[in-house]
Design a protein around this ligand. Structure first.
Ligand code: NAP
Length: 199
């Protein structure tokens, strides 16, 4: 598997720290050229490599860490998303428009035609997400939900590799609603910094 993080702000950098901590290669990109991101990427760790958006999107698995309203711009950068896994770490805040009555991640999925979308890594504030997920003898929980059942397993495997304890919540409009933030309405699991002890 190859990985990219699109958006290199608070959440993108927090996730980059998680990859660097485990020496897992990850490309990072934003609208700025790679040279502009490279010093910060290098400062996080040698496995974090700044790339152009187009080059970063060659990865199999792409984490969206851009402001919600920007996801469609990212989607336009590839002619086809077939075969890709997209992890939606965004929260729909502020809400720029109606979401056609869909969960925010299902709305995002519409823009990434052909990709398999998993909602995850969105429920913690950036500083918590950036910190070592092994705490108090347990692993910090990340919640995963998806309407593409076979996409959840590889994302759960990644979360584990990064040191988190993945908890699968089922479909976007079921368990996913518990981790959905929409404007100032927050699902009940948003901001819950939970740990799972080794079994
Ligand atoms: N901050 C938190 O604690 C937190 C917690 C949970 C979830 N989230 C969610 O995570 C997402 C990112 O939040 P953030 O706080 O990390 O925001 P941020 O600090 O403002 O960073 C946003 C990043 O996205 C890049 N970007 C913007 N438009 C882009 C585009 N069209 N293509 C590629 N890159 C683009 C920006 O870089 P350039 O300007 O260089 O393009 C910047 O690196 C949001 O959806 C937010 O709701 C945030």
């Amino acid at each position: 598997m190859s990985y990219a993080i699109v958006g290199f702000g608070k959440i993108g950098q927090a996730l980059a720290h998680a990859f660097a901590r485990k020496n897992i290669d990850v490309a990072v990109a934003s609208r700025r050229p790679p040279e502009a991101l490279a010093p910060q990427a290098r400062a996080i760790g040698p496995t974090v490599v700044a790339k152009s958006l187009r080059d970063a999107l060659e990865a199999d698995t792409i984490i969206l860490a851009v402001p919600f309203g920007e996801h469609r711009e990212v989607a336009k950068a590839l002619p086809s998303w077939e075969g890709k896994i997209v992890i939606d770490a965004m929260n729909a805040f502020p809400v720029p428009e109606e979401l056609d009555g869909l969960p925010s991640s299902a709305f995002v999925a519409k823009a990434f035609t052909g990709a398999k979308l998993v909602k995850g890594f969105n429920h913690l504030v950036a500083a918590t997400l950036a910190a070592d997920p092994i705490v108090q003898g347990g692993h910090r929980v990340v919640f995963l939900s998806s309407d593409d059942e076979d996409a959840t397993a590889p994302v759960a495997a990644l979360a584990k590799q990064l040191g988190f304890a993945p908890v699968k919540l089922g479909k976007l409009n079921e368990g996913g609603a518990l981790v959905q933030a929409r404007g100032r309405t927050w699902g009940q699991l948003i901001f819950q910094d939970l740990f799972k002890k080794e079994q």
